[in-house]
Design a protein around this ligand. Structure first.
Ligand code: PLP
Length: 315
């Protein structure tokens, strides 16, 4: 759970203009997939995966104001937490290198004999990898004093970039969408930070729906509500949808893999396996069930993370 201390009102002092301009430059494309066409729904996608060549998708937005905050505080080292295929750790390493920060990735599990491509890339981008046992990782807040002793003055970003500044960055996507015409925007959710930020930026009457990739059934709802309220959004304009986790976080069963292969071939869109796959799976299922009326206009966020495709066969 987040505490009031992590939700400082100082966020409003960050100029969000630069990020807003970038968010406005993201391409919108129409999505062609027979199931949508049969259901009579029009689906478009924001290609936020293309916002940065390495730090793609929502992780770019989540890091933006965190980097600005570290800079303002004169901190030169950024530290965060993640697993062996974390898109967040990858984005942190890439932006850190680009903006001249030292970066430390606290990684769940002992150093493997053959580290994942993500970990090797992060190291190649200059990140220091700090491996901790799964047990230590679970209690990672308790590691902070030792990490501060070891790495000195560090700016700590929570796992997944899921703090208020992270959500503030994601608001830029919602603000950009506020000028678009559609009936609902769909995205995937793990912590719900992206959903919270995006919902805060939407125009009145627009609604965001997020497909939960976690098995926990809505455990993120209180944090999502707290984040979006802290951004001044008290509207009931977002919802988390459960039931499409396909066995749990990062599970990629054969049936889902088959679906993704067919979807990529037909639509020409690259699908990221941990989040995007379940999002498109859910949208196809809802379309087939006739959840939306004819002519319904759906906007989808490509939350990026395509580097993670390397972690899954057949890629
Ligand atoms: C991290 C991530 C998400 C989840 O974002 P939350 O803000 O934690 O809900 C979605 N998609 C991709 C590709 C991600 O890497």
């Amino acid at each position: 759970m987040l505490t009031a201390a992590t939700l400082k009102p100082e966020i409003e002092t960050y100029a969000a203009d630069e990020l807003r301009l970038l968010a406005d430059s993201v391409a919108l494309e129409s999505v062609h997939w027979p199931i949508f066409e049969q259901a009579g729904v029009e689906v478009s996608i924001r290609r936020d995966d293309k916002i940065h060549p390495l730090a793609s998708g929502n992780k770019f937005y989540k890091l933006h104001h965190n980097f600005a905050s570290a800079k303002r505080q004169g901190l030169k080292t950024l530290l965060s937490f993640g697993g062996a295929w974390s898109n967040h750790i990858y984005a942190l390493a890439a932006l850190g290198r680009e903006q001249g920060f030292q970066t430390v990735g606290v990684i769940r599990g002992e150093r493997p004999r053959q580290p994942s491509d993500m970990l090797l890339d992060a190291e190649a981008m200059g990140m220091t990898l700090h491996f901790v046992t799964r047990l230590e990782y679970r209690g990672k807040a308790a590691l902070e004093p030792a990490l501060r002793r070891k790495y000195g003055a560090i700016y700590i970003i929570p796992e997944g970039g899921a703090n208020l500044l992270g959500a503030l960055g994601c608001r830029a996507m919602g603000e950009s969408l506020a000028r678009q015409e559609f009936d609902a925007v769909y995205l995937p959710a793990a912590t719900g930070g992206t959903l919270a930020g995006l919902a805060a930026g939407l125009a009145d009457g627009q609604k965001a729906f997020a497909i939960n990739v976690l098995k926990g059934d809505g455990t993120q709802v209180p944090d999502t509500r707290m984040l979006t309220r802290a951004l001044g959004n008290c509207r009931d304009n977002w919802q988390l949808i459960d039931g499409y986790h396909c066995g749990g976080y990062a599970k990629y069963p054969a049936e889902l893999q088959d679906f993704v292969q067919r979807f990529e071939l037909a639509s020409g869109l690259p699908v990221e396996p941990v989040y995007g796959a379940k999002l498109w799976w859910a949208l196809s299922d809802m379309a087939a069930k006739g959840v939306w009326p004819q002519g319904y206009k759906i906007m989808v966020i490509h939350t990026g993370g395509l580097q993670g495709r390397r972690g899954y066969s057949p890629y």
